[in-house]
Design a protein around this ligand. Structure first.
Ligand code: ZN
Length: 427
């Protein structure tokens, strides 16, 4: 049942009228330096805020053993966050509509060298249409949109006529264990909506992602005896070269994955951190590097990791130094499969209509080469999962920013979607 024109107009106007507050709220979220392991205060803030807005609250820790036992869980490392997961629950007076999960993550990636930013990474400066800051796009604007899409209904005396779970997670940028933990705790609904910065498009497919470290150890000597010493950094370079062979092989298989049609290079292997050695005139005895690589939807994370480990082992057997000092591969983060949003769901149809009402243009879909928590809801909850959100720039880079006009229209589309998917009732 489509929303009548009067209600539609009232919801669009309500988002518009409250947008200044939404912008201030987004700035507040950006002001928390919520890097990995440091999300306690922002999770406290959202907990108290949702409680003040009348939601029933649940706050819980991630369960390492339960996550390790599930195929979608990722191993804990020393840097794994211990911050809690927060869920705000709205119960209607009468359960008449379809239930919904609204999810966001509040962890952000490191800012990198501060002098490479023009704007304060936690300042939330607004210049023209852009709000700047680490996490402004990915995804504190989306978190605020979750809150303010519901608020838009409340301002006109309405609330969802179905249960809504507002799930605020961490560990999205490193393991996906936050979203996994909401699933393990038993949260589910008839659909999920995650407003990641997706350039006003709906994600049709997201890739899986693996994280692992590689460590090489050798014998340290003075550089004048270098012929006898094994240079661990040189060996690491050779190993990275062998990993590039896997990346090329997997990209060559892209035609077997229709969701990646037209993508020239869907599988990206990134060496994100490298460290090693102790002294400029000593042959380095050790080197460690961190790898992130994507896998196609439908492929099993553990099988693909095994494939990598076997490739590296075979390469090492043919290398004079590595054969004596086999590198150690350790999974230390993402162990995630990709997912596909099956076309034709009613949730997608309703979001499409809501988007068109807010933007005056049809909703487009696309494949993203990134990890998304949406995979948890798609693969394990097995519910239609809509990953859709505003225009951003510089996410994971410098001077990250989100387009405020885009955030406003996305929030309008979300509020319309909620009203139609869940139905509405008077407060
Ligand atoms: Zn994100």
């Amino acid at each position: 049942m489509a929303l009548d024109a009067g209600l539609r107009a009232a919801i669009l106007q309500s988002v518009e009228d409250n947008f200044d507050r939404q912008v201030a709220y987004t700035q507040k979220l950006v002001s928390f330096a919520s890097q990995r392991g440091e999300e306690f205060t922002i999770q406290d803030f959202i907990h108290d805020d949702l409680k003040a807005r009348g939601m029933k609250m649940d706050r819980f820790d991630m369960d390492e053993a339960a996550l390790a036992a599930h195929e979608g869980g990722a191993p804990f490392s020393a840097t794994h966050s211990r911050a809690p997961i927060v869920v705000g629950i709205h119960h209607p007076k009468a359960e008449a509509g379809r239930s919904l999960i609204l999810q966001h993550h509040l962890d952000v990636v490191p800012v990198g060298p501060r002098d490479m930013w023009e704007h304060d990474p936690y300042g939330g400066a607004i210049i023209g249409d852009w709000m700047y800051g680490r996490g402004a796009g990915d995804m504190k604007a989306g978190a605020a949109a979750n809150v303010f899409a519901l608020e838009a209904l409340k301002r006109i005396g309405l609330q969802p006529a179905a249960t809504v779970y507002l799930q605020s997670v961490v560990e999205e940028e490193s393991t996906g264990n936050g979203a996994m933990q909401t699933f393990l705790r038993g949260y589910t609904a008839d659909a999920a909506l995650i407003p990641e910065p997706e350039h006003e498009k709906l994600v049709r497919a997201g890739l899986g992602v693996l994280w692992f470290s590689v460590e090489v150890r050798g014998i340290p000597v003075h550089v004048r005896e270098m012929g006898e010493g094994a240079n661990a950094i040189d060996a690491a370079y050779r190993l990275i070269g062998s990993l590039r062979e896997i990346e090329a092989k997997w990209n060559a298989e892209r035609d077997q994955h229709p969701e990646c049609a037209g993508e020239p290079h869907p599988i990206n292997l990134n060496v994100g951190i490298i460290e090693g050695g102790d002294w400029g005139s000593s042959v380095p005895a050790w080197c460690r590097f961190q790898v992130r690589v994507a896998i196609y939807p439908g492929q099993k994370a553990r099988e693909k990791f095994r494939e990598i480990a076997e490739h590296v082992a075979a390469f090492s057997r043919g290398d004079r130094f590595l054969a004596q000092n086999p590198p150690v591969l350790t999974q230390n983060g993402f162990n995630a499969e990709g997912y596909i949003l099956e076309p034709g769901s009613e949730a997608e149809t309703i979001l499409g209509a809501a988007h068109e009402a807010a933007f005056g243009a049809p909703l487009e879909t696309f494949m993203t080469a990134a990890y998304l928590d949406a995979r948890v809801y798609a693969l394990y909850n097995r519910i239609p999962t809509l990953c859709y959100g505003p225009v951003s720039k510089g996410i994971h880079g410098f001077d990250e920013a989100v387009s405020l006009s885009s955030v406003k229209r996305v929030t309008q589309a979300m509020a319309l979607f909620i009203a139609e998917w869940c139905g509405t009732e008077p407060i």
